[in-house]
Design a protein. Sequence first.
Length: 138
Amino acid sequence: MSLLNVPAGKSLPDDFNVVIEIPAGAPPVKYEVDKASGALFVDRFMSTAMHYPCNYGYIPQTLSEDGDPVDVLVVTPIPLVHGCVVRCRPVGMLRMTDEAGPDAKLVAVPVDKLLPMYRHVQKPEDLPPELLKQIEHF
């Protein structure tokens, strides 16, 4: 199955699919799925000594202000594999900018059916303070 055929989700904006591009804890290499081919390309090697604090992916069949699919940081207790699709719900948003302009990123957790232990997480402040600091630095 092609990732190009994955729908955005069941009940947007409260229940959406995220295609994972980069697992939590991954080294500082930015990968991006090519919209035309569905292949995973190296976008750039990041110059900072850091790791991804959360799984990083996108909502398929969407477009954000920068012309790419909506970016999502998915908080899970263990890293997810590249290319998997996980149903999520939003808990917040990071307003960021990059060389192309505005580049907002959603912060999400898997839906309760997949990960009931995060049922209490309804807003960013419900996440561990250490993780919030890592996300802010990221």
